[in-house]
Design a protein around this ligand. Sequence first.
Ligand SMILES: Nc1ncnc2c1ncn2[C@@H]1O[C@H](COP(=O)(O)OP(=O)(O)O)[C@@H](O)[C@H]1O
Ligand SMILES: [Mg+2]
Length: 407
Amino acid sequence: MADTINIVIADNELSEREKLKSMLANEADFQIVGEARDGREAADLVRRERPRILLIKEDLPVQNGLAVAEQLTTEMPEVGIILILTGSEGEEVWHKMLRAGIREFMTRPIAADRLIEEVRKVARLQEKQNRRTGATPSVITPAEGPKHQIITVTGPRGGCGKTVIATNLAVALAGGSDKVAIVDLNLWGGDIAMLLDMTPRRSLGDLLPGFGGIDYDVVDSVMGKHGCGVSVLAAPLTGTFDGSTLSRYMVQGILEALREHYEFTLVDTGYANLESTLAAMDYSDVILVVVGMDLPRLRDGKLYLKNLLAANYPKEKIRVVVNRAGGSREIPAGEVESILEFPVLAQLPNDEGLVASSVNLGQPFVTNSPNRPLSRALQNLAEGLAPSAAAAAGKKRSGGRWFSFMQ
Ligand SMILES: Nc1ncnc2c1ncn2[C@@H]1O[C@H](COP(=O)(O)OP(=O)(O)O)[C@@H](O)[C@H]1O
Ligand SMILES: [Mg+2]
């Protein structure tokens, strides 16, 4: 192959460098252009050789491998960096990696075929990025223009309508385009695939064995696409997977990969206190809290919101949606806010017939019955979260106030 992939290897142990070299030796288009024994040497070598790939151990003397990677990511974003971990790194390393935008890593022991695959993949991704950013990129940012958003739908208890809302919101935000993904984090059996009448062949459960090196290609390989354009990462099939093993890092890795690719990533959650739910919330731009419309649920909602603030979730990230409004013993809109002690972004009307038939048919009501008040309220909600997206979808605003559907 004409396109040579130049590689620098940085590891303080000779035997490990030799191992890596021998694993890469049989690939005709790979060329090892330098070896470094510590972090500083690695950085100097990369500046001099400008390789396409730097394979760098995290735990390096003189200057730590992650620090070097972080520095080079800004200084020379055209270099693809693969961090080599021992697997015993603590939480801080993961946080630093994610914050520094370093997504490519491998955990020892490393298999030759995985290493080769990883080098090729990172080289390909870098190439794509270099083409996007031009020849002399100065900073690495995932996207130009409007920021890509992760919206996690959560709430104080089950049965408030999180799944119904997340699914229809995803469809409304997509407006027929392919810029929206939805992740079903209901780890003991989620309903999103069913709500969209999909039979996923693969799911979140298939990602677990691939823990090392989550990236968009890997996540995409287990996703399905709905006819309306939304990409779906389905929940593991019931009984196939112990959801509690889905770590915070895994969730963040998945979301970071999706954020890079999709304008909106919706995350539907199950239990509020799971590590994976909290990770999604931590990593989100918007936390959409769904509260049911009756007094006990509103009280739960109030407590839940208080707890979120106490746990230092920024208030600006939190948006409250009250669901199933408009029953016979209606609580006035203004009162809802004073019960919750929180501004309410939207109240969605109760419409059992519409929701039940939409669920049973596997057809989202926002597209199936777009003119029903509940569908319009969802559309308005999408517009509130993404004015340009809803406009692009050609949907007109049915009012302009969140409470417009309530006449
Ligand atoms: N606005 C609504 N009007 C009528 N029924 C609704 C509405 N939203 C949700 N439901 C119903 O409430 C139940 C719980 O909804 P679901 O989305 O599964 O909640 P969660 O995901 O929070 O557990 C489902 O039977 C659903 O059909
Ligand atoms: Mg649900």
